[in-house]
Design a protein around this ligand. Structure first.
Ligand code: NAP
Length: 125
């Protein structure tokens, strides 16, 4: 049975992707930041959910990286993403905080997890 890792599987598009992949006989590891996973996933014996904050490097290194290493996903769906509004009239600190969080979640976390997926796959060959 193939394994798919789907980030942001607690709701929205990621939830639908996870359900669809379960229907296609994948084993799913789904991630969320804090929201509980819905019954549509929890009721399925081939679903496992983990909570990790993709903006937080220590959380990535303690949960996502070991997961990719120990249970190499055949499919990696980097779906989780955020959109933070940052009006030009907010303070520099507020604008930079919104920018940093967006880059951390939308780019850094997905790039790192793709990198880990590739490195561990190459190391197994
Ligand atoms: N919806 C649209 O119209 C649209 C259009 C273009 C692109 N997209 C992209 O498609 C993707 C999914 O969109 P969506 O509307 O389905 O999103 P959503 O409903 O807001 O769900 C976002 C998912 O990402 C997780 N997440 C957010 N921040 C996180 C963090 N810091 N650490 C870990 N997980 C985090 C959330 O977990 P929690 O539930 O725990 O918060 C949730 O599971 C995003 O990348 C979005 O940018 C969406």
């Amino acid at each position: 049975m193939k394994h798919a890792l789907v980030t942001g599987a607690s709701r929205g598009i990621g939830l639908h992707i996870a359900v669809e992949l379960l229907n296609q006989n994948f084993r799913i590891t789904g991630t969320a930041r804090s929201t509980g996973f819905p019954d549509a996933l929890l009721a399925h014996r081939h679903f496992k959910g983990i909570h990790t904050d993709l903006a937080d490097l220590s959380s990535l290194f303690s949960s996502l990286k070991p997961l990719v290493e120990k249970d190499l996903p055949d499919v990696l769906v980097n779906n989780a993403g955020i959109f933070r509004r940052a009006d030009f009239l907010v303070s520099d600190d507020e604008w930079i905080a919104a920018w940093d969080e967006t880059m951390q979640v939308n780019l850094r976390a997905s790039s790192l997890s793709y990198q880990w997926r590739i490195v561990y796959a190459v190391n197994r060959q």
